[in-house]
Design a protein around this ligand. Sequence first.
Ligand code: MN
Length: 258
Amino acid sequence: MWRKCELHDPVRKPNYLLTLTVGIQQKDIVNKIVSKFSENFTIILFHYDGKTSEWDLFEWSQRAIHISTIKQAKWWYAKRFLHPDIVASYDYIFIWDEDLGVDHFNAEEYVKLVKKHGLEISQPAVTSDKGFTFDITRKRNNVEIHRRADIKECPNPSYPPCSGFIEIMAPVFSRKSWKCVWHIIQNDLVHGWGLDFAFHRCVEQKPVENIGVVDAQWIKHLVFIFGKRDKNKTSKAFKKQKSNTIPFTGELRMIRLQ
Ligand SMILES: [Mn+2]
C-alpha cells in the first residue's frame, strides 16, 4: 500500500528558486554553482548574451527555465520576471551573480541555517582576493552566521552598512521579504546600486535581527571575471547607465517556460 501511494504521488514541486544572470563565457563557473543546488530548487537562467541552446551540454539545462533578453542586468530581470505572485510558491529565492566560487557552499545546508536563525534576507559570507567593499559580508570563522560589521568606524551600528545589510551580488530572500523588495525595485533600475541600502526597509520590525550573513556556507567573489571582459566597455556602460537608464529594446524570447 505504502509503495502504491508513493507511486501515485504527484511530482513534488521545488521549494526554492535560484536565478542566475549569465553569459555563456562563464558556463563552467555557472555549472559549478548549479551543482551545489539540489532538485529542491527551480533554476532560472537570465541570458544577457542571448545564448540559450549552448547550455544544453549540461544535463540540468533541460530542467532549467531560460529567459533571454540581451544586455539587461540582474535587477531588471528580477523586476520583469519575478513578480511576487509568480514566485509565491518558493520559500526562498536566490538572486545571484555568475562570478561566485562555491567550493564551500551547499544550498540545502544554507537554507537550514537561514531557517534556524530566522533570516528573512541573507547572503553567504564572502572571501575575495581583491578586497572588500563592505566589512559586514567578510567571512568569519567559528560562527554559523553574523549580523553586524566588525569595525569601529560605524557611524551608526544599527544601520546599513553596519547591520541590517547585505550586498546585491548573492542575496537570498524569504517569500515575505521578496514581496516587499520587488516593490522597491524601480522599473527602470539597471544596475541595482543603492538597492542594498534599502533592503532593511523590507524587514521593518527587526532589520538587525532578520538580515544576516551566513558564515558556515560561504562563497568566493571571483572578481577577475570582470577583468576578462572589456574593462573600458564595462565602465563606460556603467557610466551610461548611471546617467541614463536603458529602456527595454531587446527582443524577448522565453523558451521551455514551465
Ligand atoms: Mn561580482
